[in-house]
Design a protein around this ligand. Structure first.
Ligand code: NAD
Ligand code: MG
Length: 346
């Protein structure tokens, strides 16, 4: 049985008299920095001098400094630059300025687990990984709720690492939903598997494949869009609230009967075998090697694919239909903002 922590299990006390340096102001960085600030914690954002985010962070009312300057000012340092950029940012701006007793944090275990960077002795090293994209981490916090999160301790030099890490998770709102104790290995491997197989890779491939099959067969793209993409949210909302069972309960018996049959035909023994191959690639570090090499070569393949995906007919059909849905106005503006803020590969 997993150890799960809630608000009653922690407090902001360990962060009261410290400054938290948040390195990077992208998807997670902005959410962490603003949530910490609203929890009454002293925050400084660390960025490159030429970073476009510098002005954004200042306009949000935050103190901003260079990566080195912020690390010097902070006793807690959260690294929120893209995973493949972290080793260089750490070596140049963070490591030389860490002091004995500091707490170094990550939101994904990638570099600690795969050896991209090594932490010096004398400091605490931990993980606080919210299980949501950054804009949701902020949005639900503002609404008085929280994002579930994972925490882990990689190094406990002070003897109080666990309490400090949990306090950080509390300050960004995670204990409102539940914080699960894990290890860097488990978080890293399950996070990569989840995004590749189910959340990002699996779902988009299924949506696109379904849409293309209907359009190829001569059905209207608008109908295919509603069927294969729009309705997904309604289905996921049911699963989110009450598990798969609640979804099966809410749909018609016809949908349930056909759903069991279709699901079994799609996710076959062969599909499961491929899932195990993907997991093996992740566990052996082969996936991490590919991504780090791709990033080092300028993310050319990622950018090519991003461009190709953005020109898929499902995007133009969707943009038109969404602009006509009265209640989507605000939500789609949030999406556009998020897309542009994380719109480049580095
Ligand atoms: P991001 O791409 O949104 O933001 C990166 C930020 O770092 C930007 O401000 C960018 O300007 C800055 N940056 C980029 N390269 C830099 C460099 N070389 N030097 C200094 N600054 C640089 O990143 P993100 O998606 O927020 O990811 C940050 C961390 O959070 C990663 O470890 C990621 O795995 C983890 N995480 C992300 C999500 C998510 O939903 N995005 C969820 C959980 C955990
Ligand atoms: Mg410091």
């Amino acid at each position: 049985m997993a150890s799960i922590y809630y608000e009653k299990d922690t407090s902001l006390q360990p962060l009261r008299d410290v400054t938290v340096a948040v390195i990077g102001y992208g998807s997670q960085g902005r959410a962490h920095a603003l949530n910490l600030r609203d929890s009454g914690i002293d925050v400084v954002v660390g960025l490159r001098r030429d970073s476009a985010s510098w002005q954004t962070a200042e306009a949000d009312g935050l103190a901003v400094d260079t990566v080195a300057g912020a690390t010097q000012r902070g006793q807690v340092v959260m690294i929120l630059v893209p995973d493949p950029a972290q080793p260089a940012v750490f070596a140049e701006g963070v490591e030389p300025h860490l002091e004995v007793g500091d707490l170094l944090l990550f939101a994904h275990g990638f570099n600690i687990h795969f050896g991209g960077l090594a932490c010096p002795p004398g400091i605490d090293v931990g993980l606080v990984a919210p299980k949501a994209p950054g804009h949701r981490v902020r949005e639900v916090f503002v609404a008085g709720q929280g994002t579930p999160g994972l925490i882990a301790v990689a190094q406990d030099a002070t003897g109080s690492a666990h309490g400090r890490i949990l306090s950080y998770a509390h300050a960004i709102g995670c204990t409102r939903a539940g914080v699960i104790e894990t290890t860097f290995a488990e978080e890293t491997e399950t996070d990569l598997f989840g995004e590749q197989v189910v959340l990002c890779g699996g779902v988009t491939a299924l949506v696109r494949g379904g849409f293309e099959t209907l359009v190829e067969a001569g059905y209207q793209p608008e109908v295919a869009y509603f069927e294969c993409l729009h309705e997904l949210k309604l289905i996921v909302d049911l699963m989110y609230r009450g598990g798969l069972k609640a979804m099966w309960h809410s749909v018609s018996d016809t949908a349930e009967h056909g759903g069991y049959e279709g699901g079994d035909r799609l996710v076959t023994a062969e599909t499961r075998e491929e899932m195990r191959h993907i997991l093996a690639d992740i566990q052996a570090g082969r996936y991490a090697e590919r991504w780090v090499a791709e990033y080092a070569a300028g993310s050319k393949e990622l950018l090519r694919r991003r461009d190709e995906e953005s020109r898929h007919p499902i995007e133009s059909v969707g943009a038109t239909l969404r602009s006509m849905i009265s209640f989507l106005g605000k939500a789609s503006r949030v999406d556009e903002q998020t897309v542009s803020s994380v719109g480049s590969a580095r």
